[in-house]
Write a protein that binds this ligand. Structure first.
Ligand SMILES: [Zn+2]
Length: 263
């Protein structure tokens, strides 16, 4: 599932390929991903405009078409972007295709159709209405500590909750907790200042590194949990077999030796 690093990678890809070209039309192959806008309305409002710039917040990507018109993209479980040169065939699972006057196209590909495309007028208003928390890469240390102090529950659940901190999903949450040596079920209220500082640094480090590697899983460091996560996987630090547990409705992988649960 695309998390903050994947969406940031899509943003950079879109910025590098799809800005400043007049939009000639929009083909909607599956209206299922459209939220609050019809295929006809989407095409009508974007036609003749250009994507001017983009902004990412958490797992949402906002693409500006003018000062009061933004395209919001959410990549659901399997969403991605593909820029197509003239003559290139769009993927079979492309759901919406933005056609530019340059004869190039931007495809919103989404096999499982949990993605979302919407037109909005105001990014901040959207974030407030949805009660989406601060972006995980823009949170400072004191804010991070305040968030952990304010929310009750397991630290893993707080990292996953988009209302407390936006952008982290199941995979990177496990990686952050592993790096900080915090058991995923640890109650946030019991964490020391030092634990929270380590979690904060791990969040920055893990997300930043994943972005730098363009989220290519094959290039992730072997010292990461993510490259060993799963049945019979072993801890890259101590070589013990990894454990899994359902926390906050999601399967967490961790090393019970390196990530001791507070008594
Ligand atoms: Zn270990």
């Amino acid at each position: 599932m695309p998390e903050l690093p994947e969406v940031e990678t899509f943003k950079r890809y879109l910025d590098a390929t799809s800005l400043h070209q007049p939009i000639k039309g929009v083909d909607v192959r599956s209206a299922y991903v459209l939220k609050g806008v019809s295929a006809r309305e989407l095409a009508r409002r974007l036609k003749g405009r250009r994507f001017e710039n983009s902004h990412r917040h958490g797992k949402h990507l906002f693409v500006r078409a003018n000062s009061r018109l933004w395209l919001r993209l959410h990549f659901g479980m399997t969403g991605s972007l593909e820029y197509l040169n003239h003559g290139e065939v769009a993927p079979k699972t492309a759901r919406v295709i933005f056609r530019f006057a340059t004869n190039r196209r931007l495809a919103f590909d989404d096999q499982r159709k949990f993605g979302e495309i919407e037109l909005i007028e105001d990014v901040n208003e959207f974030l407030q209405t949805r009660e989406i928390g601060p972006d995980a890469l823009k949170v400072g240390l004191s804010q991070f500590k305040a968030i952990a102090g304010k929310h009750r529950g397991a630290m893993k659940a707080i990292l996953l909750n988009q209302r407390s901190i936006a952008g982290i999903g199941n995979l990177y949450a496990d990686e952050i907790l592993f790096r900080a040596r915090v058991h995923p079920a640890t109650q946030a209220a019991t964490l020391s200042n030092m634990d929270l500082r380590r979690l904060f640094c791990a969040t920055r480090c893990v997300l930043g590194k994943a972005i730098a590697l363009k989220t290519d899983f094959n290039r992730l460091p072997k010292s990461w949990l993510l490259t060993h996560r799963g049945k019979r996987g072993r801890c890259p630090r101590c070589c013990r077999v990894l454990k899994s547990q359902m926390i906050g409705g999601r399967t967490s992988w961790f090393c019970a030796h390196c990530q001791k649960r507070a008594p």
